[in-house]
Design a protein around this ligand. Structure first.
Ligand SMILES: Nc1ncnc2c1ncn2[C@@H]1O[C@H](COP(=O)(O)OP(=O)(O)OP(=O)(O)O)[C@@H](O)[C@H]1O
Ligand SMILES: [Mg+2]
Length: 208
């Protein structure tokens, strides 16, 4: 039961494809409570990531995730760029020198990345942000499971529930927080793109 460097690369390819497919939906979600750019931002960022990593050899997660982080940070402005960038940067630092880890070690690295997001964004669970999908997914991935397939299935289910749970929340961070009570009743775009990230990791992990 291990998550490999090749799986990480596969997951990024899948994320790029799903973001491309869902970019209008993400932007629609962001138009309800933000500035209608989350799909555009993520699409631009992931395309650049693929251009950067496609033909490059990596010897460890550290090098791959550092390139992903730097590319996202430079290609995506606003909040999501620095937040996603920090996530991948911290994950890469935690996994430096490794090209294969057990799922729980991968979950630890994701937790490190999430701590980076929360520190940068001054955000907490329940603020109606990407944190609300990411934390439950990591917690679920850490739970003892019979195999990797079950662990990733639980993580995806938790991410999707976390994403849906943002609907009734009152936003406390980002542009949507300016809406106050009017942010209630809408799904957070960042929590939605995080659910796609977890779905992509799961698919890549299952394909092996
Ligand atoms: N302080 C924060 N902490 C964690 N996540 C945040 C924070 N601010 C925004 N987000 C996440 O970023 C998403 C918006 O990303 P987007 O690509 O639209 O960037 P943006 O328009 O610059 O963001 P915003 O207008 O919310 O500051 C939100 O849906 C939310 O999940
Ligand atoms: Mg936006």
């Amino acid at each position: 039961m291990a998550f490999t460097l090749e799986m990480a690369r596969g997951a990024l390819e899948k994320l790029n494809a799903v973001i491309e497919e869902k970019k209008d939906y993400l932007t629609d979600l962001d138009s309800a409570i933000g500035d209608a750019d989350h799909g555009i931002n993520m699409n631009r960022g992931m395309k650049r990531v693929m251009e950067k990593i496609r033909d490059k050899e990596y010897s460890d997660f550290g090098g791959l995730f550092r390139d992903v982080a730097m590319t996202i940070m430079s290609a995506v402005g606003g909040s999501a760029g620095p937040l996603y960038g920090t996530f991948f940067m911290k994950m890469g630092q935690k996994l430096a020198g490794k090209r294969e880890v057990a799922e729980d070690e991968f979950a630890d690295a994701m937790q490190e990345g999430l701590s980076g997001i929360m520190a940068l964004g001054k955000s907490q669970l329940g603020d109606k942000t990407m944190v609300d999908a990411l934390q439950p997914a990591i917690d679920a991935l850490r739970e003892p499971a019979p195999d990797a397939s079950a662990a990733w299935a639980a993580a995806l289910k938790a991410a999707e529930k976390g994403m849906e749970d943002t609907i009734p929340m009152l936003s406390k961070r980002g542009r949507s927080s300016y809406l106050g009570e009017r942010s209630i009743g809408h799904q957070d775009p960042g929590a939605t793109s995080v659910a796609y990230l977890i779905a992509s990791l799961r698919e890549a992990a299952l394909e092996g």
